[in-house]
Ligand binder design. Structure first.
Ligand code: NAP
Length: 347
């Protein structure tokens, strides 16, 4: 942070005047494109408005959403993000850090509290977040681990809920793709904690991570196409997006449920929606039960994620931390699936 006229005073919680003229480093972009559109810029430290909190960023989680927002792909998303250029020029959706100031009407948090949750523009030294998108970070949980958890946690919990494995289950066989990655790793941890028998599909390089997440079996997708059978699963949760709905139907047990979570290999215009339509048709014609996920940030799930981090049900693997200048490399590593688990940015 550059203190043009003096650094924020942590002793004061509504000290707008103190931060006036103070700048911070933030990752910004003016155009859609590959990682070379990103740069680190000096920006004013933002002020929290009513219902908002200013957080000094300890760590920010990296998600595939950052790549989508950076590139403006699939193109359909530009209807919401800005047609020719991104309306929001800052990136980073998950944050953990310390409350620096609070806006009007905030009584859940005070200056100095450790918090984590969702906040657009988290690849920066400070970020303003809605208070109802933050919870307290459990004392024993490191900022990097907390920052790795919101989006992957929301998505995993949503997947478990739609597949009815959100509570302890009996003899349920679950197959998870992308199981060595961020969201898939969370799904494996949650599903095995609920007592399901979990088969993880990932590259050989991530087999150890998938086992550590709790997978009972690990299949390397390069050596075996699991959609050829003969085994079947009660629930298939697909975060790799590499197979069509018709292929997954072959390995669904009678009454089984296919949950389509994501994958970047789809149609460049509509993205994952290219599988949502065949999925909806299969469900309509009762050929299979298929759900396309769209997870959203919400306070009850965030509180649950905090509790699960505290109790150890959730043990995110943070494979690497990057500085703000290294965000382009971090996004390339994420896209290249270089590391298992989650990646974070530490300003
Ligand atoms: N629906 C929603 O609301 C929602 C929310 C968040 C994320 N997502 C989507 O979920 C997907 C995963 O996100 P993420 O953050 O977990 O990304 P990630 O950390 O990069 O994980 C994806 C994993 O998939 C693996 N993979 C690639 N090809 C595979 C294949 N054929 N079979 C099995 N695994 C394969 C990659 O590693 P290896 O190839 O080394 O195994 C990588 O670890 C993305 O498409 C993202 O956009 C959806």
């Amino acid at each position: 942070m550059t203190a043009a006229r003096g650094a924020p005073d942590p002793a004061s919680d509504r000290n707008d005047a103190t931060r006036e003229g103070v700048t911070m480093r933030a990752v910004v972009q003016d155009h859609y494109g590959d990682v070379d559109v990103l740069r680190v810029d000096e920006r004013p430290v933002p002020e929290p408005g009513a219902g908002e909190v200013l957080v000094r960023v300890g760590a920010a989680g990296l998600n595939m959403a950052d790549w989508h927002l950076m590139t403006g792909k699939p193109y359909l998303a530009r209807l919401a993000l800005g047609l020719r250029r991104p309306r929001a020029t800052t990136r980073g959706e998950d944050v953990a850090g310390t409350v620096e100031a609070v806006g009007e009407g905030i009584d859940r948090f005070a200056v100095g509290d450790r918090v984590f949750g969702s906040a657009s523009a988290a690849f920066a030294e400070f970020v303003v977040a809605r208070a109802d998108r933050l919870v307290r970070t459990p004392a024993a949980v490191d900022d990097r681990v907390a920052a790795a958890s919101p989006m992957a946690g929301f998505t995993a919990l949503h997947a478990l809920r739609v597949a009815s494995i959100d509570a302890p289950v009996g003899d349920v066989r679950v197959l998870v793709t992308g199981a060595g990655g961020g969201v898939g790793g969370f799904v494996v941890q949650y599903a095995s904690a609920r007592g399901a028998h979990v088969t993880a599909v990932c590259s050989a390089a991530k087999a150890d991570a998938a086992r550590a997440f709790g997978a009972h079996e690990v299949v390397d997708y390069a050596s075996r196409d699991i959609t050829q059978g003969p085994e079947t699963w009660d629930v298939v949760i697909d975060f790799a997006g590499a197979r069509p709905v018709s292929a997954w139907r072959r390995v669904l047990a009678p009454g089984g449920h296919l949950v389509l979570g994501g994958g970047e290999g789809g149609n460049p215009i509509v993205g994952p929606l290219d599988r949502a339509l065949p999925g909806a048709l299969a469900t309509l014609t009762r050929a299979a039960r298929v759900t396309t996920l769209l997870a959203t940030t919400n306070l009850p799930d965030l509180e649950r994620i905090a509790a699960d981090l505290e109790s150890g049900v959730l043990r995110p693997l943070v494979a690497r931390a990057y500085g703000l200048d290294e965000v382009p490399l971090a996004i390339e590593d994420l896209r290249g699936a270089v590391h298992p688990g989650k990646l974070v940015v530490v300003p």
